[in-house]
Design a protein around this ligand. Structure first.
Ligand code: CKX
Length: 605
């Protein structure tokens, strides 16, 4: 069990949650002197920066944007006197990629991994009814013992620089909301839910973890405010008569209220919206509520102008509106778990999520995606550091599944993106990761990973672990683009025929396919990078999707143009977006709209 509860911070009669978002004091630690200079007690200077946000894009200096090392944050927190006797935590939505937290100069927490929440228990360190100083040392360096993978190099001028084994910009900092939380001593720590549909009725199997021994009561409320079920005990079943199911783009959310009671007194109360639905894979079908679904949508990024990877409710809202407009029903949280508010919104809007742990860059190369498409082999998992990487991977996996397991929108776990899979050493690594996901998930959702171009039917040693085979394919872009697209099509068909011949009897989905396109480029006849070529590329690709019955989903790369490391392959970022980074449609958006609005949910099912 994790050290701290992953439940989303919410207010109730017994709980307090105060947002610490706003302007924080900020300092880059150029000389790595923060610790010795006593910054844990207070930062020098007067610089302020918003939280949540990535720090990089606010500044005009290139060495600041490219900074790799420690970055320090500080703010004062007032702890009310009436919180004395409660458990008090500071909860970080995330800190990329690692953090140490100090309150009044005392270290209260550290956390490795940049995309999942963690708490600092400050109960015994804070002064009550007084101001307290919160200082956070964040570090954004990349290595191969943590995910996502990369290296950090030192330039001739002494400055450090991140060299990611992935293409998205290494945005960092306190990119998600921070909360001050007060809980009773005995509180609801975690809840597991699983569903069974029985004709018009449903059963919700539940297990509640608390920090004490007092009894637990549950009640379930429908959207009209009527009680739909009730139960007592830490483990049991809620029987819901005439259950309204959570459906794709037709969400229905019940309110689950969990109480810890001591005779008449309520010690703790936690409530959460839940959706009743089942997910399973049967043969080549992906079944939601026992009916086949075809996934239509995107690989996305948390990425926007100015705030970088900082969670931004406005951008999130716009993204959901665009996904509804275009007729999408699903997305993958490539390449890391997103802000919790994204899942809440997907629950409400009825979108399906493939939730991805930040295991990206597990393929040794500065340009892994390019080298993979050339068929180059590396033995990424044969390093001495692999056990440390695996430990970090499993920890992130646990944090992700515990955080996200109760969202009806989450229908699948993606356990790696484009890893090296052609050497034997990958196999035991995959086994551990896939087994752990299965044991952590009370709903036993399907597990997958995204196969890079050289992970082919004849070379990939790891696809048998996947419940759903997920392909990232770029025939007509990285492989034989432009005038050669006809040959790319032949190669694509050859690969799909080879998969078909294996008779795996499992669903296949495309978790990436796409072509870089500049919104300013129109060319007749088409050339690569023009809007015309993006359309031709998609027409060819869609025709192939439609030719194989076992293909059950298409998530195009990418929803929007996004920021990357600079280089000869990228013009101001990755331009495979269907929308620009400012969320305006490229021409291809209308082609997708026509296709996706027409494709039935049960396409091929
Ligand atoms: N896949 C051939 C991982 C994504 C990249 C994408 C790209 C690669 C392609 C691999 O994170 O953005 O190069 O567009």
């Amino acid at each position: 069990m994790l050290e701290h509860s992953m439940l989303y911070p919410r207010m109730s009669a017994s709980r307090r949650a105060v947002s610490l978002d706003g302007m924080w004091k900020f300092c880059l630690d150029w000389g790595s002197e923060g610790e010795s200079a006593g910054w844990v007690d207070g930062l020098p200077g007067t610089e302020r920066i918003p939280v949540p946000a990535s720090f990089q894009d606010f500044y005009t200096r290139k060495d600041v944007r490219e900074y790799a090392g420690d970055l320090w944050y500080q703010r004062e927190i007032f702890i009310p006197g009436e919180w004395e006797g409660k458990k008090v935590f500071v909860r970080f939505g995330s800190a990329a990629h690692r953090a140490q937290v100090y309150v009044n100069g005392v270290k209260v927490a550290e956390h490795e991994g940049g995309f999942l929440p963690f708490c600092a228990d400050v109960t015994d360190v804070v002064r009550y009814n007084a101001e307290n100083r919160l200082v956070v040392k964040v570090n954004n360096e990349l290595n191969v013992t943590n995910i996502p993978c990369g290296t950090t190099v030192t330039l001739a001028n002494g400055r450090k620089m991140a060299k990611p084994y992935f293409d998205f910009f290494n945005y960092a900092g306190l990119q998600r909301s921070v909360h001050l939380v007060a809980l009773p001593l005995e509180y609801v720590f975690d809840l597991d839910l699983n569903y069974e549909i029985d004709g018009p009725d449903a059963r919700i199997f539940y297990r509640i973890a608390t920090t004490g021994e007092h009894p637990v009561q549950l009640s379930l409320w429908d959207e009209e405010g009527k009680q739909a079920a009730a139960a007592e005990g830490k483990e049991g079943v809620l029987e819901v008569e005439g259950a309204r199911l959570w459906q794709v783009r037709d969400a229905y959310l019940y309110r689950l209220v969990v109480r810890i009671v001591d005779e008449a007194e309520v010690l703790d109360e936690y409530e959460q919206e839940i959706g009743i639905r089942t997910v399973e894979v049967r043969g080549t079908d992906i079944l939601l509520n026992q009916k086949p679904v075809y996934l239509k949508g995107f690989g996305k990024h948390e990425d926007s102008d100015v705030v970088g990877r900082g969670s931004n409710m406005g951008v999130m809202k716009r993204d959901f509106e665009l996904m509804k407009w275009i007729g999408a029903n699903a997305f993958r949280t490539s390449h890391y778990p997103y802000s919790e508010e994204v899942y809440q919104m997907a629950d409400r809007e009825g979108f399906l999520i493939i939730d991805e742990v930040p295991a990206v860059g597990l393929f040794e190369s500065m340009m892994n995606f390019m080298e993979a498409s050339t068929g180059k082999k590396t033995a990424f998992f044969e390093k001495e550091t692999t056990p440390d990487l695996l430990a970090a991977h499993l920890r992130a996996l646990e944090e992700m599944i515990v955080r996200d397991k109760n969202h009806p929108s989450v229908i699948m776990w993606s356990l790696l993106n484009e890893p090296e899979t052609t050497s034997e050493a990958a196999v035991p690594y995959f086994k551990e990761v896939f087994d752990r996901a299965r044991s952590l998930d009370p709903q036993k959702r399907p597990r997958t990973f995204a196969l890079v171009m050289n992970s082919l039917p004849g070379t990939c040693k790891c696809y048998p672990f996947s419940d759903v085979i997920a392909l990232n394919r770029y025939y007509g872009w990285y492989v034989k683009g432009g005038y050669e697209i006809g040959d790319a099509r032949e190669d694509f068909l050859r690969e799909m025929d080879a998969w078909k011949a294996l008779e795996l009897n499992r669903p296949f989905i495309f978790t990436e396919y796409g072509a870089d396109t500049l919104v300013t480029e129109h060319r007749l006849p088409s050339v690569m990078w023009s809007q015309e070529y993006q359309k031709e590329y998609l027409q060819m690709t869609h025709e192939i999707f439609d030719s194989y019955d076992f293909i059950r989903g298409e998530l195009i790369w990418n929803f929007a143009d996004f920021q990357t490391t600079e280089g000869i392959m990228r013009v101001g970022g990755n331009k495979k977006g269907v929308f620009t980074r400012q969320r305006q449609p490229k021409d291809v958006a209308y082609l997708l709209l026509e296709r996706w609005r027409e494709l039935p949910l049960k396409y091929k099912g």
